[in-house]
Write a protein that binds this ligand. Structure first.
Ligand code: ZN
Length: 194
């Protein structure tokens, strides 16, 4: 089945993803498809659980353009040593049309692996640091509005409620499985890669 980006409130967005123990051609193909989807959707980052794959992996390119900027594939990322603070606007491919001000550390240290198993260690700041923190939140089941102040989050409540209604009606009509089934379906990924 071709990959697609799942939208709020799909339950996989709330899953704490599991570490990847092995990389094979299927996973490399998945990463290539994730990059393609990210560029098509004019995004700057995409986490595996946004395509319904509950593994600790995300892709990013702060330029948003396939032939520009820096393309990153981070496997089993760990973020450490947060420094400073900055508030800026964020959006999310799983929450189309929603934007909000999110306060995050200005710089962080990232440790991860690339697809060939080479370690990546670097300190990132600015927009790249924000993208990496947003995507790392995804693989922990955290969405950007979770980090917004209660006051600014209230502006999103109506739209979030609408998205919930749309999703639940699709479930009731049988177009999308029930949450428990969607979560049970993730086991095949754990069996293969964890
Ligand atoms: Zn997002």
């Amino acid at each position: 089945m071709p990959l697609s980006i799942i939208q709020y409130p799909h339950p996989t967005l709330r899953v704490r993803s599991k570490p990847i123990r092995r990389v094979d051609q299927e996973l490399r193909d998945l990463v290539a498809q994730m990059l393609e989807l990210m560029y098509q959707a004019e995004g700057v980052g995409l986490a595996a659980n946004q395509v319904n794959v509950p593994l600790r992996l995300f892709v990013a390119n702060p330029s948003g353009q396939p032939d520009e900027g820096e393309e990153l594939v981070l496997i089993n990322p760990e973020l450490e040593r947060p420094k400073g603070n900055e508030t800026s606007q964020e959006g999310c491919l799983s929450l189309p049309g929603l934007y909000g001000q999110v306060k995050r550390p200005k710089s962080v240290r990232v440790s991860a692996y690339d697809l060939s198993g080479n370690p990546i260690e670097r300190v990132v700041d600015g927009f790249l640091a924000r993208v990496i923190q947003h995507e790392n939140d995804h693989i922990n089941g955290v969405l950007f509005f979770d980090r917004m102040s209660n006051e600014s989050r209230r502006d999103l409540d109506e739209r979030l409620a609408e998205m919930e209604t749309v999703f639940r009606s699709k479930q009731n009509a049988g177009g999308i499985s029930e949450d428990a089934q969607l979560i049970a379906d993730l086991d095949s990924w754990y069996d293969k890669y964890c």
